[in-house]
Ligand binder design. Structure first.
Ligand code: MN
Length: 201
């Protein structure tokens, strides 16, 4: 009974053993708000990186951003296109066992809604064309952003993430260092790794 969503998640599921990891398998129905969502996971795997995930249809299109997003439009950040994740992954915060795929600590660093530029195209068409213009409405990330496929070193998976100029752009400070903790639970990476309970409120 394969459907489009299962096809898009085949790579995600193939990489993981759901008897060993607490990550969702994507079997449950999506929560289904009317606006597409985004999440940025801070992921301390073999190397610390940030995973940007944008809801396109019924999965989360995903990019691993080694240096994380910058609010400075002059900063282009490498964004490596990786496998789609299930929608319920957006809430995932915790630890992945050491020897499993992506083993390490995962934090919900930011989340909110995403609005794709239209111009007569669907988000899937923007993705397929390797150029996505979008607006984020999160806690830490807001305003206009762009993802462009560069095919650097002949690799189709290599894209660049950049902030567009505007009221939410800034060339001062570093949003990663200034706001390091979870927007979901307020916890630090160390507290998540130690399995600390989320603080109330
Ligand atoms: Mn990751």
């Amino acid at each position: 009974m394969a459907n489009a969503k299962d096809d898009k998640l085949a790579d995600y599921r193939q990489k993981r053993d759901f008897r060993k990891t607490a990550e969702p398998s994507g079997q449950s129905a999506p929560s289904g708000g009317d606006k597409p969502i985004f999440v940025v996971h801070k992921h301390d795997a073999s190397r610390l990186h940030y995973d940007l995930r944008l809801q396109i249809g019924d999965t989360l299109a995903s990019w691993a951003v080694p240096k994380g997003p910058s609010l400075d439009p002059a900063q282009k950040r490498l964004a490596v296109h990786v496998e789609d994740h299930p929608l319920d992954y957006a809430d995932f915060e915790g630890t992945i066992p050491e020897n499993e795929y992506g083993g390490g600590t995962v934090m919900v660093w930011d989340c909110g809604t995403v609005k794709f530029k239209e111009e007569g195209k669907t988000p899937q068409q923007w993705l397929d064309e390797g150029h996505i213009e979008f607006e984020l409405n999160g806690v830490k990330l807001k305003g206009q952003w762009v993802l462009i496929q560069t095919r650097m070193r002949g690799e189709a998976k290599n894209w660049l993430l950049r902030k567009r100029s505007g009221p939410h752009a800034s060339d001062r400070g570093d949003v990663l260092a200034d706001q390091p903790d979870s927007v979901k639970t307020g916890r630090s990476m160390e507290q998540i790794a130690a399995g600390a309970k989320p603080s109330a409120g």
